[in-house]
Ligand binder design. Sequence first.
Ligand code: IPD
Ligand code: CA
Ligand code: CA
Ligand code: CA
Length: 266
Amino acid sequence: MTENWNEIDRFAKDLIHHAGETIKNSFKDKLSIESKSNANDLVTNMDKEIEQYFVKEIRRYNPDHKILGEEGYGDQVTSHEGTVWIVDPIDGTMNFVHQQRNFAISIGIYHNGIGMLGYIYDVVLDELYHAHKGNGAYMNEEKLKPLKPVPVSEAIFSINATWITPHEKVPYQIFGPIVHDVRGTRSYGSAALELAYVAAGRLDGYLTMRLAPWDIAGGKILIEEVGGVVTNLQNQTHSLLGKDSLFAGNADVHNEIYQNYLQGKL
Ligand code: IPD
Ligand code: CA
Ligand code: CA
Ligand code: CA
């Protein structure tokens, strides 16, 4: 089936803006907060409400489209056949709860496994990062520039500090030298925003041990549109059907870090 991508793009942007308004309006209300896999893995009534809103509207728009959403209101997606929306209703829930900022809505729309449309919406700043395959990436109306090479010694990397504590799978000896050799590290607490910042050239790389498809799907499309690279830590393409590690960056930094710090070590 052929899709009208310009029409889907307009529809997705309308949904995202509407969801953003709902989230902003919720700041005055008391949140209902629960834990999921552990005490720090938070979910709120808004995460659920926003995902339910996306699912309802997408199904109304086109019942053939499949939806893979974090909170489980979409479909059991086991293949990338057809058009699949990969949705994180609120990425950075901990920031949403504690800070009322530094969180985003993230959506990637894939067709037979190819990323067609990507969105990351910083609700509080009203910044919509978006990309349409082959047409470049934008922050609101501003076109993002192709990423320029940066030496590792001048690169800024995003990394969650948890991963440089002694850890069963990734001894901090692997990430430690990267943290030591780059110019600086940051940790924003929203994978989607960290990927948007890589696309915007504010970060040169982002490394993390475990993300879900909805954390990666929108940002991958944005980064690839500006010539960046998104893989797992073994330099492989993500399946986007299950959890995986992530290494996103400027193409040169990605290559240099992979060759000199990661290859054969994980
Ligand atoms: C989380 C955030 C966080 C990352 C976690 C994700 P959520 O997503 O992106 O930055 O470190 O791994 O699960 O749960 O807030 O949507
Ligand atoms: Ca979550
Ligand atoms: Ca997330
Ligand atoms: Ca989420």
